[in-house]
Design a protein around this ligand. Structure first.
Ligand code: NAI
Length: 301
């Protein structure tokens, strides 16, 4: 099997000063990509800033013979997000790959969650992903090539106690990527989402130390790096990765039930058919909202 290479490619990785982002940066640089290592360097709950983490990763890449620059801007404001992407264009002339990875946590149960903690998490994850994607999309569209990998979480796809802010942001990112997938299709810009599991400072508070060791960020990186490659041709997909496990997650809609709209539809009729309405067997994964609407229109009684 020939090695996937990234010679001539330019990658921006947000939040790459540690954890998963660092693993992505080292692997991409090790395979020839020139990398912008972005990291604000704050605490795990999004306080303060520090240039050390991003610089350390750049030093590692350079020591191994790779090419990288550090960037310390925050993803969560439009002006600073544009500077992250501009750093790639200014230093390397373009951007081919964007990995939206920066993240923080501010877990609290719904009633205890401060509005500021809700907003901050949405700002970093959802707004940050939107801002960086928007800034990168123009240059990618112009050159007719781009790979965007954004980061969701099982907490959003499946739900988790105490993470309403985080879960909402992470599932918002799935919706965002589904739409970017539509807009990028004609221009060779592919947008996908990864659902990782890794022992990092974000999960160290909830994972026992032996589990942290078993699910190293290095075990997620091969999937994300593949998703950033020319060989990878999917768009609008969700892949999970962690601890040596790789899979695809999807939103599937059952074939459903059609009632005659002319005859009138009551809640009692819904109750009577709820098993068939809920069934997923024979269902579909739709490529777009138009496809889903097309199915409904084609079957309407
Ligand atoms: P981490 O805390 O090691 O890495 C996140 C990085 O993002 C940090 O280095 C942090 O300084 C940086 N960052 C935070 N706010 C930023 C901002 N506004 N601008 C730029 N950089 C910023 O944590 P980890 O686990 O590596 O997380 C990476 C991504 O993976 C996050 O989006 C996280 O939500 C997601 N994730 C991680 C999982 C895991 O099991 N570790 C599970 C599911 C999702």
């Amino acid at each position: 099997m020939s090695e996937l290479r990234f010679d001539g490619k330019v990658a921006v990785i947000t939040g790459a000063g540690g954890g998963l982002g660092e693993a992505y940066a080292l692997m991409l640089a090790g395979r020839g990509a020139r990398v912008v290592v972005n990291d604000l360097g704050g605490t795990f709950d999004g306080k303060g800033s520090d240039s050390t983490p991003a610089q350390k990763v750049v030093d590692q890449i350079k020591a191994a013979g790779g090419e990288a620059i550090a960037n310390y801007e925050s993803v969560s404001e439009w002006e600073s997000a544009q500077k992250i992407i501009q750093a790639a264009v200014d230093s390397y002339g373009k951007i081919d790959i964007l990995i939206n990875n920066a993240g923080i946590l501010r877990d609290k149960s719904l009633l205890k969650m401060e509005i500021a903690d809700y907003l901050k998490v949405i700002e970093v994850h959802l707004h940050g992903t939107f801002f960086c994607t928007k800034a990168a999309f123009g240059p990618m569209r112009e050159q007719g090539y781009g790979r965007i990998v954004s980061t969701a979480s099982a907490a959003g796809v499946y739900g988790n106690f105490g993470q309403t802010n985080y879960g909402a942001a992470k599932m918002g990112i799935v919706g965002l990527m589904n739409c970017v997938c539509q807009e990028g299709a004609r221009y060779g810009v592919l947008a996908n989402t990864v659902v990782p599991t890794a022992g990092t400072r974000l999960t160290a508070t909830v994972m026992p130390p032996d589990v942290v060791d078993k699910v190293k960020p290095e075990y997620v990186a091969p999937m994300v790096v593949y998703m950033c490659s020319e060989k990878f041709q999917e768009s609008g997909k969700i892949f999970t990765a962690g601890g040596g496990y790789f899979s695809r997650a999807a939103i599937v809609e059952g074939p459903g039930v059609f009632f005659d709209t002319e005859a009138g539809i009551t809640p009692d009729m819904i109750a009577g058919k709820i098993e068939q309405i809920s069934a997923l067997e024979g269902g579909s994964e739709y490529d777009s909202a138009m496809d889903q609407t097309g199915y409904v229109l084609s079957k309407m009684i």
